[in-house]
Ligand binder design. Structure first.
Ligand code: NAD
Length: 518
């Protein structure tokens, strides 16, 4: 950026100083950044990813029996770009008749084609899908960012590579399933009904579809209503890969469509990822049926920082765990437990790092925190933050971060010195909101970390391996990271304790829920 444009930016910002926040921002440094409205002691030029590679249909159909078909319901709803609040496209709202068609197609494909193929042949399709995902990676990443609001850096460097990795990994398993349960005989189940949330739309689709197909099942998948577009692009990839008709069917819609999928008589297994509330509804509705069920639900995961941890590294891990991806991560490290002796130092470091976070256009490659996925989610986050403020937590947010005027954005923030009974210590916010409390002993840290209805993940930060192992053994969480956070790998099983659900996805354990083991 030239000196004159820097000056211009600064002058503009000074004009808006009336809101107080901008006045604070101008103190930070001489530089400026139009895309996020922040000032720094140096400049980032905006670096906006082009959207030209993506072609979004104005009206999107259902994917049934290998074709895109008009919904019997004849109804559509809008999907928005959360970065601007503008409509991106219309999505088909599948009703019971549409779900019936998808189920019949999946059932036919299972009996006539997919269950007759050898594991090696199924694996070849999965390898082909994985390779096309890699070839079309940029298109998938841009579409995911447009529909979900997550930073392009995240969709490009995390989501899409992991999606390809899941298909590659399960392609490898398809002809080796006897090793998933040594000494036993394994076979497929039939039609699988899968319902997924909006926070990792493509990745959740891959977590569900890849193991189901590798194990010889056919699929009816329902994506979340606010983020259906990338699943429909995945359907195009299935067509390109020549996947036999009906092996994967994608029905879009809201909760009623999801309920029609999970309750359908054709379904042998239900795999659900989403909120604990809906997970409980599904569990109740499946009780007494012989359908298999796995639930990946909410979380309130703890990050434990010991005084001997590498503090700057731990700060980065905490930031990554709760603020990147706007806190829209089921296993977000949303409760920070810091050893009392370093609490003040750590919190000051955290504040300093938060001041540097860049909130803004998700398509900008410099953006750390993108848009909240929907207006409804933003309202929910604001209301929970207001509850926290009313309850008296010590609230901090970097007020010099100015949010874009259009779209759905929220500043990263935390509540310090919170009690266990504090609403936000117990409730999943699913936004960039952290609670902080202290501990004095490892036993106290374990007790506090386990003091939750959930049990999805935890992070431990210490230089001492023995301490990490000891604490990990006491934690009731499905995934525990040591000196890192939010790292995923298809070979590693993922899942929760308590109200975070049951069953595992990924790795050998994840395969078992898609197989009949005799
Ligand atoms: P949600 O439960 O509101 O919706 C999830 C999906 O269920 C959507 O596709 C929705 O349309 C569908 N649905 C809604 N009502 C239904 C019903 N009665 N029957 C069947 N389907 C129904 O959750 P969300 O807001 O989309 O996602 C956020 C939640 O997902 C958070 O709680 C988060 O922790 C959780 N999540 C968990 C994991 C995990 O692996 N444990 C991963 C990602 C997200």
């Amino acid at each position: 950026m030239s000196t004159s444009s820097t000056e211009n930016t600064k002058v503009k910002r000074d004009k808006t100083a009336a809101d107080g926040e901008a006045a604070a921002a101008t103190k930070v440094g001489a530089g400026g950044d139009k895309s996020s409205g922040r000032t720094f002691d140096f400049d980032y030029a905006p670096s906006i990813e082009s959207t030209e590679i993506v072609k979004i249909q104005p009206q999107n159909k259902l994917f049934i029996d290998g074709k895109f078909v008009t919904p019997k319901s004849a109804k559509y709803f809008a999907t928005m770009n959360p970065a601007t609040g503008e409509k991106l496209a219309e999505i088909a709202d599948a009703n019971g008749a549409d779900v019936d068609l998808a189920m019949s197609a999946a059932s036919r494909a299972y009996t006539k084609t997919w269950s007759k193929l050898s594991g090696r042949e199924r694996g070849r399709y999965l390898f082909r899908i994985a390779r096309i995902i890699q070839e079309r990676a940029r298109e998938l990443a841009v579409l995911e960012t447009l529909d979900n609001g997550k930073p392009i850096r995240e969709s490009r460097d995390v989501d899409v590579p992991l999606v390809a990795a899941h298909f590659f990994y399960h392609a490898g398993w398809a002809d080796k399933l006897e090793y998933a349960a040594p000494g036993r005989t394994v076979s497929s189940l039939g039609v699988v009904g899968q319902v997924i949330p909006w926070n990792f739309p493509l990745l959740m689709a891959a977590w569900k579809i890849a193991p189901a197909l590798a194990c010889g099942n056919t699929v009816v998948l329902k994506p979340a209503e606010t983020t259906s577009l990338s699943a429909l692009l995945l359907a195009e990839i299935f067509q390109e890969a020549g996947l036999p008709d009906g092996v994967v069917n994608i029905v879009t819609g809201a909760g009623a469509t999801g309920a029609a999928v999970v309750n359908h008589s054709e379904v042998k297994k239900v795999a659900f990822t989403g909120s604990t509330e809906v997970g409980k509804i599904i569990m109740r509705s499946l009780a007494g049926t012989n359908k298999r069920l796995t639930l990946e639900l909410g979380g309130k995961s703890a990050h434990i920082i010991f005084e001997d941890a590498a503090l700057d590294q731990a700060v980065e891990g905490v930031i990554n765990g709760i603020y990147f991806n706007q806190g829209h991560v089921c296993c977000a490290g949303s409760r920070l437990l810091v050893e009392e002796s370093i609490a003040n130092v750590f919190v000051e470091k955290l504040k300093a790092r938060m001041q540097k976070l860049r909130v803004g256009n998700p398509l900008d490659k410099n953006t750390d925190i993108g848009a909240i996925n929907s207006e409804g989610e933003l309202k929910k986050i604001r209301s929970l933050v207001a509850t926290g403020q009313a309850e008296g937590g010590e609230f901090f947010e970097p007020t010099d971060i100015r949010l874009p005027e259009k779209g759905y954005y929220h500043r990263p923030c935390f509540f310090n010195n919170v009690a266990a009974a504090f609403t936000l210590s117990r409730t999943e916010v699913f936004g960039p909101v952290l609670t902080i409390s202290t501990f004095r002993t490892a036993q106290e840290a374990i007790a506090k970390a386990n003091d939750t209805q959930y049990g999805l993940a935890a992070g431990i930060w210490s230089e001492k391996g023995s301490k990490v192992y000891k604490v990990a053994q006491g934690l009731k969480a499905g995934v525990i990271w040591a000196n890192t956070y939010n790292k995923f790998d298809p070979t590693s099983p993922f899942g929760g304790y308590n109200e975070s659900g049951f069953g595992r996805e990924g790795g050998r354990h994840g395969l078992l829920s898609y197989l009949e083991v005799k």
